[in-house]
Write a protein that binds this ligand. Structure first.
Ligand code: PYC
Length: 332
């Protein structure tokens, strides 16, 4: 019998939770963050389920664990822990983790104002602006993002026939735009979006293959982005991103915004230097920008950056006690 203690700092990025584990996490083996992620999933996934699911977390919960970098060119490594698993990359998680880490002295950046992050999806740079001890804004330059496949179709019970484009922005996203079965995220109930999403995701994963052309460890369609017309001043578009089994991102979703900018770039609607302000289901905003273009294998890709803010909400010492029948969480 053991009682494991985790020191966590809780917060949110534009409304979506970020629980940063600052103490108590297991030591991981591996020469890269992808290898360490595999080790964590094989031996310590109970840490994730215990900290993310009820009764210590909830359907939306999301977080991260900081590790020493595996790369010379990075200051720190991040393992993302979510209800959905361990994502290769998470935008809102990065903004929240950088804010929390800087405000609480968890990292020492080599260059003040810049943190180089070793993520499972590849290196990501975060530039942050501080006012006194608070971080006011974080802009992350994400991994190369690209349009992967267009015009994929699936039938979803209760919704009908749907056509989607799939883009990669650190995770694979099926982007659902207005069509006969679907008009706008605001015209459908959130519970319907949550109900249709796993069906659509399963149907697409069954019919098609989603594998990163250079990093085959990153595979599978994980996220569904329902789109809509913006309601906030200055926003170009709105979205509700589904992840895990029941979650709709409360933030505008950093990797999702990267994927959507890759789609718009492939259509010739965005070019380097263009901004793309994305609005979330609760009206919060990320400021996306196309920084540059590049290639990933045969795919034309963009280098996106995402600007956003986060707030720390409290310190949380969490026990995972083996005597507790719900030590490792549960899902209703
Ligand atoms: O911001 O990249 C993101 C994200 C992924 C899942 C939830 N948020």
């Amino acid at each position: 019998m053991a009682n494991h203690t985790f020191q966590c700092i809780d917060g949110h990025t534009c409304g979506n939770p970020v629980r940063v584990v600052s103490g108590g996490a297991p030591v991981l083996q591996g020469g890269t963050m992808l290898e360490r992620r595999a080790h964590f999933l094989a031996e310590y996934d109970w840490v994730r389920t215990g900290l993310m699911f009820e009764p210590r977390g909830h359907d939306q919960m999301s977080g991260s664990i900081l590790y020493p970098s595996t790369r010379e060119d990075c200051d720190i490594a991040i393992l993302f822990i979510e209800t959905s698993g361990c994502l290769p990359m998470c935008g809102h998680g990065t903004i929240g983790t950088v804010t929390t880490a800087i405000e609480n002295g968890l990292v020492s950046p080599r260059t003040p104002g810049t943190l180089r992050l070793d993520t499972p999806a590849g290196p990501v740079t975060a530039e942050y602006r501080q006012q006194g001890r608070f971080v006011e804004e974080v802009r992350l330059t994400n991994v190369p993002s690209f349009l992967f496949k267009t015009g994929l179709t699936a039938h979803v019970e209760g919704l009908g026939d749907v056509s989607v484009d799939v883009a990669y922005g650190g995770n694979f996203y099926a982007i659902v735009e207005p069509q006969e079965a679907f008009s706008d995220m605001a015209e459908h109930r959130a519970t319907d979006l949550v109900g249709w999403s796993p069906l659509l995701r399963a149907a697409l994963n069954e019919k098609y293959e989603f594998v990163h052309p250079q990093t085959p460890e990153i595979s599978g369609l994980s996220h569904i982005m329902w789109t809509g017309r913006p309601t906030a001043d200055g926003a170009h578009a709105r979205n509700a991103v589904f992840y895990g089994d029941k979650a709709l991102d409360r933030s505008p979703c950093g990797t999702g915004t990267s994927a959507r900018m890759a789609l718009e770039s492939a259509r010739g609607k965005l070019s380097p230097g263009d901004d793309y302000v994305h609005e979330s289901i609760i009206g919060s905003l990320f400021n996306g920008r196309v920084e540059d273009t590049t290639k990933i294998g045969d795919y034309d890709a963009i280098i996106p950056s995402i600007g956003g803010w986060a707030r720390v909400t409290g310190f949380n010492t969490i026990f995972i006690d083996d005597r507790d029948p719900y030590a490792h969480g549960f899902v209703v």
